[in-house]
Structures are given as C-alpha cells and as structure tokens.
Design a protein around this ligand. Structure first.
Ligand code: SAH
Length: 569
C-alpha cells in the first residue's frame, strides 16, 4: 500500500542541505521553504503556522526542520479536534536530532528510524512499547486493522508490566519483534478475520482480506453488508474494499456506503456473476459466499485495495486564482496534491506546480481548449485523478464551460460516469478590485472583449446597454495583438453614458511578480495603456476616489445611490 508522501518544511537556508538529504528517502516529497528566507525550495510558503496547520489538516506527514517547541505550539490548537493524525517530526536543522512528536499510530516512529538511520544519529523514540518490543503493537502494517485502540493500550501496559504473550494466527511482521513469547501465556495476540468478542487478554488484529461485491439497487447498503458479514461470522474490520460493476460507477449510494464503512470503492468490468466479478478482481485464492445482490469474497492473504479493479475516475476543473499562492483556495491545493494528471496552458500549469515526479503534466497551447477537455475525460475515464487548470476562476472565460461542452457532446457513458467537480478560484476582476478598494461594490457587469467566440455586434450591444444601465464594468481580454482596435471602440461606447472623470482601474499581472495597479479616468484612458494581461475596471456614475496616506488612492462604488435614490428629493 502507498504511504502518503511527507512534506519537508524549512524556515531558513541553513536547513536546506539536511532537507535535501532527507528528501532522497521519499520520492515525490517536496521541500517547502519560507518565502523571505529560503532560496531554491520546491514550494514557497509565506506563513509557517498557516502552512503547517494546513498540511496537518490534510493528513500530510510533516518533517519540520526546526525546534520541536515551534511545531508543538503551532499545531497545539488542532490537537483536540483530530482523531487519527499524520506523523509529525521535528528534525534539527543540522540533522543531529530526529524527534517524533505526533502520529504514533500513523507510523511516526518508523519515519523517525528511517530518517535517523539515514542521518546516522539515534532517533528520539520515547514510546515504551516500541522501545521494549521493537515494534508498535497498536500500529500493525497496512493490510491489517487493530480491533480496539483503548483495549490495545491496556494490553500493551500489561505486557510492559512483565506478562508474556502468545500469537494466534499469522502475524509475519511480529517475527522480528522482541516479544516475551510463551505458549502458556494469558495474553494473546489474535490475528484472523472471524468475528470475535473483545476480551481484555486479547489483542485482536484483523487481516483486511475480505471484499464485498455489490449488485445494483440494494437499499440500506451499509446495514445489509453488516448483516451479511455477521451471518457469515466475518469481522467488519477485515473488509478491504467494496467492489461493484463499472456500470454502477455513478451510483451515489455506493459512494455513501463506502464512506460510511470507511473502505475504498473499486470497480471492475461486469462479466458473469457478482462472485466472478470479485474473484477476477482479487486474483488470488478466495472463497465466495452470497448471491446476486451481495457477494462476499474472503482471500487467504491481506489485500491491497489499490490493486483491485480500478477507482471511479475524477476530473476537477480548478481555478488557481490570480497567481499568488496565498490566494489559491485550500480545496484547490488539496486537489492538486491528489492529481495523477494535470492539463492546461503551460503558463498556468507551471504556476500550479511544482509537482511530484509521479504526476504527469500535459501542457498545451492556450487555444486548444476543446481538445484539452476531451483529453481530460479520456484520462479520467481510465480511473485516473485528473486536474484541468485555469487561472482565476475556471468558470470565468475559462476551462469549466469547455469541459462541460465536451461532456455535453459526448455519448460515452464512461465520460458521464467520471466524478466531475468544478473548484472555484479568485477571478482577476475580484483580485484587482480588492487591491483598488471596492470599485465593484455595487452592481457590476463582467464582459470579455474578445470577439473570437462571439460576434462583435453582440459585444457592442452589451457594452451599450450595461453602460446605459449604470453598471460598473469589468473587461477581461481587453486587447491583444490580433484584436488591436476593439478596446478603443468599446471605450467610445462607454463614453456615451459616462463622464470623462469616471474612475478607471487597470490591474496588470495582479498577484504575480511585477504586478501593477493604476487608477486613472475614462477621459485619460487610451488603448495603449492596456495589454492582454490587464484587467480593466470602469466605475459607474457613483464610483469615487479617496486618498490613501501613502499618496495613492482607494476607489470604491458606494452600496447605495444616496441622494440619487430619490432624485425628486
Ligand atoms: N479565468 C480567468 C480569466 C481568463 S480570461 C479569471 O477568472 O481571472 C484572461 C483575461 O483575464 C486576461 O486577458 C486579463 O484581462 C484577465 N486576467 C487574468 N489574470 C489576470 C491577472 N493576474 N491580472 C490582471 N488581469 C488578469
């Protein structure tokens, strides 16, 4: 089973060498460096606390090259709200100490040992059971599940108090442990998939060797599965995954049942009975019980669900925001982290990175939007997790509509079965408006001045009517080399309805290196002040400009028409 890739977090250049050395142990791990103090990190962050807490919340293992106290204080507010937690380690910046802090059940001591061995120091392991027995009994390897944590803690205390233990069933990972084994012992480590009443003298460990294959239309699935397993005397904890025919892929009840049971959901091509579906997908000796609605397959060895059938493919169309990492929404960051494939215009894909070595990038030209959308569905239909990247918001003159157009045109059921989600971003008009103040603080209208996908006559009509309606205006795609004259014409149309002193905001490369923000007026605005990387915001009749202490200005459109509310007054 794949272990999650850790994040290596550093605060200064002094730790970079140690970070790079640790990085060689974990393919795909990125070094996150504080923007002001680290040159050459893989990923730049601006606030240590925000970054560390975000990684922790996303269950990313954290290797922080700084004082243990800093890490403790930073994560302290989150500790009570979390059940299972990722491994968190502090490593001295010169690599002289490796301190596992959190995530004992997530394998922090395993990581600590690996890193310490690599750095040639002793790990600061403080877990008594682990020190005495050389393994954490409460953290069996992947493929096995612990029965009960609280009983387990008691069990380990008894062992530490000097009792001996015997092992029932197959526990190959305990062969190297230094357990005080005795055939007559009262304490027993019991490994097996049969349902079993808990007892204080038994540590129950369940091999995840059971797959439940589900037919279509079963009501109250989690309960039915629970009942079937119970009747067959099989422990729920031994369930490795749910399996269904790939024709059922979009069925939400399957997804909910898998979530409720806490197991992955996998799909395989339906040929023959449910039992055959399960047997084919598992590919090892199994016994099958059940019928056409539910079939339970029990394998001889623990199963890796990632090797069984395939998952439902996922396609997320994401918005990066204007460019700056801190303006990217957390859901988008999480989506980028889980992606197998990333598609988009090369500039934006680069902005979304860096990526791990296992992530495949498909960079294309900006004009190949439909081709990109279709390619994304082809990849997702194979069960991959695919991200299509847009700048700003994907629904604003960007890829979300193109992806839905491609879906609309397709009759391929595999495309329609893909788990499609659109994740929003901060659009350029909003990012620009925020820097200028609140020029869009009242009703406003968003227009693209590009006549590539719509006739110019429509643009003229919309400009005329929206300016007449006294809406503030936000122009995307205001001008380009192939569209040199359109902006001038647009401004002429607006000028019919606005005075020359109407405030105008020009935001160029907002949220990106070298950004500029200019406040001018409609009378002074000329097309040569604008390029295709500029956002043009034009005020309404009420938009105002007020000074800021630094000599620049705030631009805002009041929420109310004030005196103009009732002109008769
Ligand atoms: N989906 C994007 C817009 C794509 S259209 C979004 O929601 O922001 C491309 C146009 O958006 C550009 O021609 C420019 O007018 C504007 N734009 C995009 N990013 C910008 C940025 N960082 N600064 C200023 N304008 C930007």
């Amino acid at each position: 089973m794949i272990r999650p890739v850790p994040a290596i977090v550093i605060l200064g250049n002094g730790s970079l060498a140690t970070a790079r050395s640790i990085q060689t142990l974990y393919p795909g791990a990125l070094v996150h460096g504080l923007s002001a103090r680290v040159d050459g990190a893989d990923r730049v962050y601006h606030e240590f606390g925000v970054t560390l807490r975000e990684l922790y919340r996303q269950d990313t293992p954290i290797i922080a090259l700084c004082a243990a106290g800093i890490v403790i204080r930073t994560l302290a507010p989150l500790l009570l709200e979390k059940g299972a937690e990722p491994p968190v380690l502090a490593v001295a910046e010169d690599g002289s100490a490796v301190v596992p802090l959190l995530g004992g059940l997530g394998g922090v001591n395993v990581l600590a040992r690996e890193i310490a061995a690599h750095l040639d120091v002793a790990p600061a392991i403080t877990t008594s059971g682990e020190l005495r027995f050389g393994t954490c009994l409460l953290n069996p390897p992947s493929g096995y599940a612990l029965g009960d944590l609280e009983l387990g803690k008691r069990f380990v205390s008894d062992l530490l108090a000097g009792e001996s233990v015997r092992i029932e069933g197959s526990a190959p990972w305990l062969a190297q442990a230094q357990l005080p084994e005795d055939e007559q012992a009262r304490l027993t480590v019991h490994v097996g998939h049969a349902e079993r009443a808990t007892a204080a003298n038994e540590l129950l460990i369940y091999p995840r060797c059971v797959v439940v294959a589900v037919g279509p239309g079963v009501a109250d699935l989690p309960k039915v599965i629970g009942d079937v397993l119970h009747q067959a005397n099989i422990a729920r904890q031994s369930l490795a995954c749910l399996l269904a025919a790939d024709t059922e892929m979009a069925d939400p009840t399957l997804r909910e049942a898998a979530r409720e049971l806490g197991v992955p959901l996998r799909f395989a091509s339906a040929v023959g009975s449910l039992g055959e579906l399960a047997r084919d997908a598992i590919g090892q000796a199994v016994s099958i019980i059940g019928d056409d609605t539910i079939s339970v397959a029990v394998a001889e060895q623990p199963l890796d669900p990632m090797q069984i059938g395939r998952p439902r493919g996922r396609l997320a169309v994401i918005g990066l925001g204007p460019g700056a990492a801190e303006l990217m929404v957390p859901a988008v960051k999480a989506e980028l982290a889980r992606a197998n494939d990333v598609l988009g215009y090369e500039t934006y894909v680069r902005m979304a990175g860096p990526f791990r070595a296992d992530q495949v990038l498909h960079c294309t030209d900006n004009r190949e939007e439909m081709q990109r959308a279709r390619h994304a569905f082809e990849l997702a239909a194979q069960g991959r997790s695919v991200v299509v990247v847009s700048s700003g918001d994907p629904g604003v003159f960007a890829m979300a509509a193109a992806v839905l157009e491609a879906l609309d045109e397709s009759t391929d059921v595999n495309w329609h079965n893909v788990d499609l989600e659109i994740l929003p971003g901060v659009s350029a008009s909003l990012a620009t408006a925020a820097q200028a103040g609140a020029p869009l603080g009242h009703d406003f209208c968003v227009l693209s001045l590009s006549d590539n996908l719509k006739p110019w006559s429509i643009i003229e009509k919309r400009l005329d009517l929206s300016a007449q309606a006294d809406l503030a205006l936000a122009f995307y795609n205001p001008i380009s080399r192939s569209r040199p004259w359109q902006l001038g014409l647009a401004l002429d149309i607006v000028a019919r309805h606005r005075t020359p002193d109407t405030p105008v905001v020009l935001g160029r490369d907002i949220g990106r290196p070298g950004q500029t923000l200019r406040v001018t007026t409609l009378g002074q605005l000329t097309a040569d002040q604008v390029d295709m990387r500029t956002m043009v915001l034009i005020g309404s009749s009420t938009t105002r400009v007020i000074p800021r202490p630094d000599g620049s200005t705030w631009v805002y459109t009041p929420r109310s028409y004030g005196d103009k509310l009732n002109p008769a007054r």
